[in-house]
Design a protein around this ligand. Structure first.
Ligand code: FE
Length: 197
């Protein structure tokens, strides 16, 4: 759904607060859970994926990829970076890149590219739009995640209920975001688990 710039900003603000403060129990019983996700014993590290040909180094530091002339459906992705022992990875670097609404990467400038650092609890939040589709791939967001002084995890995030997931050769269900459609936009979540032992 296309939305006005003003409504977009109102939503972004509201959804940011929502995403930062609460997390619905997966059973849908209405219980509000803390933002910190559950982490059990022996959680698997987030699997790597190819960076593809469109990564560019030196992206700007910003948690919002939305600009004054951005077109598309608002998407707030919030999550955490944890170690396999469930400790938060404070200050982890997250460098995101994706296409615009039409499925096109900005290879001249830094449109829809940006890096940020997780907070002391390993939490992060990205404000962007739902990326478009391009031939041969399902809908996805690229990301590099790196603990301070750790190795770089290059991977991709996917959208649930996306029909093209099933025909994408590299799609991995372990990289599906928890996503929830709203009337005017979408919010999603993902917990990165890094093997930093
Ligand atoms: Fe891509």
């Amino acid at each position: 759904m296309r939305i006005s710039r003003r409504r977009f900003l109102e939503l972004a603000l509201g959804l940011t607060v929502l995403a930062a403060c609460t997390r619905r129990a997966p059973e849908g019983d209405g219980q509000i859970l803390p933002a910190t996700p559950a982490c059990g014993d022996g959680d698997d590290a987030t699997p790597p994926q190819t960076a593809g040909p469109f990564f560019k180094p030196a992206s700007p530091e910003r948690s919002s990829l939305v600009e004054s002339d951005t077109v598309g459906t608002l998407l707030i992705v919030a999550g955490s970076v944890l170690a396999t022992d469930c400790r938060p990875v404070a200050g982890a670097l997250l460098d995101f890149w994706q296409t615009d609404d039409a499925g096109v990467y900005d290879n001249q400038g830094f449109g829809f590219r940006g890096h940020q650092f997780a907070d002391d609890q390993g939490r992060w939040e990205l404000r962007t739009i739902v990326p478009g589709l391009y031939p041969g791939r399902t809908r996805h967001i690229h990301v590099n995640v790196q603990a301070p002084d750790g190795p770089v995890l290059t991977t991709q995030l996917y959208f649930p209920a996306e029909p093209t997931n099933e025909v994408d050769a590299i799609f991995d269900p372990a990289l599906l975001m928890e996503a929830e459609g709203t009337v005017d936009g979408q919010r999603a979540g993902f917990t990165f688990v890094l093997d930093v032992s």
